[in-house]
Design a protein around this ligand. Structure first.
Ligand code: GAF
Length: 394
């Protein structure tokens, strides 16, 4: 179909990475291969670090790593992804108790180093590895979480841990905190580890328990539209939002906004500054909306699900202020198309992608209409809920 990007298949990514491995390491072949998916969040935005609900699904776009263990403490990693203008090869020594593995250059390698540092079993052997990915970089589809989880899955093949999947996601989240300096929640790493084919995951970010919700209807399409813009606010605004939520929870006398109700918020309205009130309002309502959306999905009520998606977008735009004109334009255009149930920005915001739920027969019409109405150059992907990280046979 016109204008829809094909998604590279995993086997092609593996062959490409193996070829680069042979070229880089004197004709040797890699012994291990793994992959970990990116994600799209259907609803439940900026709720994970407030201990709320999120409803993401794992994508068919993945990060692949091929490699082998070596003898000694040396590691060499090569990336095939468009790593800006950075060098594509990095060398480092394994960490030990006296010498942790610190952040450095190139930037992409910090995700690798962070996971090596936080890996939950020892001793990790030295290794050589090549990374290839089909997750668009910086597009709000969790290219970084998929890289972290792929690295962790790769290390599991070299030095098995206890197999605790939730602890794995938490270790990857830690890597992002310490080595990428992003105080993210648990959603992206969790779904990259535990995603289930044909299902979205309702994750309770307080208990870290997840329920798989079936989402494999041939009459339904999940369309991702990349705005292909990234605003520079991304870095500073995320930690600011997190702080504002913590401040709001403290003012309400709660451990987190998950514990607060709209009644609590209204009762404290004069103690909360306008901005703090609006941030808290988004989170409290979005947590409830996500629970309702999961119920609607279980019943196959896409109309209701779509309505909640639109409410979510409007709240992210007006109360949480993480949308941008490009995302608003994409959502507005999608909602003009007959057969579209709902549309919203997805991920952290300030650019990146929207996600749209629509009837399969309306796809071509929707893509053409969005393309015509949007002032930038969008990229489209038709996606299906996919499996979490796993090893691949070579
Ligand atoms: C980013 C973060 F990494 C997630 O943890 C989550 O907070 C999301 O933004 C917003 O819902 O993807």
């Amino acid at each position: 179909m016109a204008n829809i990007c094909p998604i590279k298949n995993v086997a092609d990514l593996v062959s490409e990475a193996r070829r680069v491995y042979r070229e880089t390491f004197d004709g040797d072949d890699a012994h291990v291969a793994v992959c970990a998916p990116g994600r799209v969040n259907l609803i439940g935005e900026h709720t994970d670090y407030n201990e709320g609900f999120v409803l993401p699904m794992a994508l068919p776009m993945v990060t692949v790593i091929v490699g082998s263990k070596t003898f000694g403490q040396k590691c060499c990693v090569v990336t095939q992804t468009e790593a800006a203008d950075e060098p594509r090869v990095v060398h480092f020594d394994l960490p030990n108790e006296l010498t942790p593995l610190l952040r450095g250059q190139p930037n992409w390698a910090n995700y690798v180093k962070g996971v090596v540092q936080h890996y939950r079993a020892r001793p990790i052997p030295g290794f050589r590895a090549v990374i290839a990915s089909s997750v668009p970089l910086g597009g709000g589809l969790s290219s970084s979480a998929s890289l972290e989880v792929a690295v962790y899955t790769f290390l599991q093949q070299l030095c098995p841990d206890d197999g605790d999947q939730v602890a794995k996601a938490v270790a990857c989240q830690q890597a992002e905190h310490t080595h990428a300096a992003v105080p993210c929640g648990i959603m992206d790493q969790f779904v990259s580890v535990l995603g289930k084919e044909g299902h979205a995951l309702l994750i309770d970010c307080r208990s870290l328990e997840a329920t798989a919700v079936p989402l494999a209807d041939p009459g339904l399409v999940i369309l991702i539209t990349n705005s292909n813009v990234r605003h520079s606010l991304t870095g500073s605004e995320y930690p600011t939002r997190r702080k504002q939520c913590e401040e709001a929870a403290a003012l309400l006398g709660k451990k987190s906004l998950r514990e607060a109700t709209l009644q609590d918020l209204e009762a404290a309205k004069d103690r909360l500054k306008g901005v703090t009130y609006r941030r808290a309002r988004h989170v409290i309502e979005e947590i409830e909306r996500t629970a309702q959306a999961a119920e609607a999905l279980k019943r196959g009520n896409y109309k209701e699900f779509g309505r909640l998606m639109v409410e979510s977008h409007n709240s992210l735009r007006d109360n949480y202020e993480v949308s941008c004109p490009e995302l608003d334009e994409l959502v507005a255009a999608a909602l003009e198309v007959d057969g579209v149930f709902g549309s919203r920005m997805t991920g952290g915001g300030f650019g990146g992608c929207t996600v749209t739920l629509l009837q399969a027969h309306a796809t071509e019409r929707a893509v053409e209409h969005i393309q015509k109405k949007y002032h930038g150059s969008p990229t489209f992907f038709i996606t299906t809920p996919s499996e979490g990280a796993h090893a691949l046979s070579l």
